[in-house]
Design a binder for this molecule. Structure first.
Ligand code: GLA
Length: 370
């Protein structure tokens, strides 16, 4: 394995453990996780592999096959910068339970596609540390720890979806997660059996203001919940009544979150009934709501969704935080080529950067590789 060879070359010994954690794509349930709602992501076939040996002296040495040069050596947590913060953040959250570590990282999550390469990195390192130190943390505890590293150390106020998907997903299944109770269930997702495929359309565009807008949306949702006197928007039971009490952006955000969380449950119901072909309408409804009410789409995402549906997709939506990244389209296998052509042509016509197409196959969550 490449990462093991790199580890040996840099540190002069074999790693004590090697863990892989995947990125994710979200089938439905967008911007619901930090509102205590439901989500339905699954792990993608790409991820991060971390080879690791603990050190007693508190020093962290870190090398990535995707970054050139010598390993970064950090004597204190404060020295971390850039991508190393995701790793050092996880170590920091484990506090006294760990000291330092020698780490080598290899990753193949398409960058900037919104497929949660950062969650994959956090969960791979957290899982490896849990293993070598015999901490006995559950996959959900590792996900929560990774989320805390991102919230408190990196400074991105994300919800639990990405880390939970990376830690808990099962091959061939989507992860139905209640973001309040943290109870989860794996839902079989055998698209091929229904002649369908889920296509990721990577817009290859990521807008600069994305993280600022994310924090703003989250604050708007929390403010709306306070005005409604509920702990989180998840608790709204009378949507019409709630909307009557709100105005402007907070009103729109609330309508999205409440309906989106119910769309997750509806979609899970269809999957359980074996009505996979019927989920397309919910994907389309989710996209319109994200575009018009939550206002996190982008011209590239809208064009991808419209052109995919025009080209024969049964439904399509933006996925992830928004403002670029990827869309997903549910496509009958015989229409795969037509859908790609339709999207590519629409992009060329608008002089957008050419999109990239990737097959979304529900894959295994974090696991030990050696
Ligand atoms: C990002 C965050 C997640 C979630 C999505 C939107 O991916 O990291 O926690 O909020 O956006 O659904």
């Amino acid at each position: 394995m490449r990462v093991v060879e790199a580890f040996r070359a840099a540190y002069g010994a074999s790693p004590q453990t090697v863990w892989h954690a995947p990125g994710r794509v979200n089938l439905i349930g967008e911007h619901t996780d930090y509102n205590d709602g439901f989500v339905l992501p699954f792990a993608v076939p790409w991820g991060v592999t971390a080879a690791l040996t603990p050190r007693a002296d508190g020093v962290v040495r870190l090398l990535s096959l995707q970054a050139s040069g010598e390993p970064v050596t950090m004597a204190t947590r404060e020295e971390s910068a850039g991508w190393t913060r995701y790793v050092v953040g996880v170590l920091a959250m484990l506090g006294d339970r760990v000291a330092g570590a020698d780490i080598a990282i290899d990753g193949d999550v398409p960058q900037g596609a919104g497929l949660s390469s950062s969650a994959a990195l956090e969960v791979a390192v957290a899982s490896a540390l849990n293993d070598v130190h015999g901490l006995g943390l559950t996959p959900m505890e590792l996900a929560l720890l990774s989320q805390r590293a991102e919230n408190d150390f990196v400074g991105m106020p994300c919800g639990i979806m990405d880390q939970a998907a990376s830690a808990l997903s099962r091959e061939g299944h989507a992860l139905f997660l209640d973001c309040r109770s943290l109870g989860s269930r794996s839902i079989p997702l055998d698209l091929a059996a229904h002649g369908l495929s889920l296509l990721i359309i990577d817009t290859q565009v990521h807008h600069e203001h994305a993280s600022g807008e994310y924090a703003k949306r989250r604050a708007e949702c929390e403010s709306a919940a306070r005005k409604l006197g509920v702990p989180a928007l998840r608790d709204v039971t009378d949507l019409a009544g709630a909307l009557g009490l709100l105005q402007g952006d907070e009103r729109k955000r609330t309508e999205h979150v409440v309906t989106e969380s119910h769309r997750v449950e509806a979609l899970v119901g269809l999957l359980r009934a074996g009505a996979v072909k019927e989920i397309g309408a919910l994907l389309n409804a989710s996209h319109l709501s994200l575009r018009n009410l939550f206002e996190v789409s982008s011209p590239e995402l809208d064009v991808a969704v419209e052109a995919a549906v025009r080209g024969g997709a049964r439904g399509a939506r933006m996925t992830g935080g928004g403002f670029g990244g990827s869309a997903i389209a549910l496509v009958p296998v015989e229409r795969l080529e037509g859908v790609q052509e339709s999207v590519s042509a629409a992009y060329a016509e608008r002089r957008f950067r050419a999109p990239r197409f990737l097959p979304a196959v529900p894959s295994q969550g974090a696991h030990r590789v050696s």
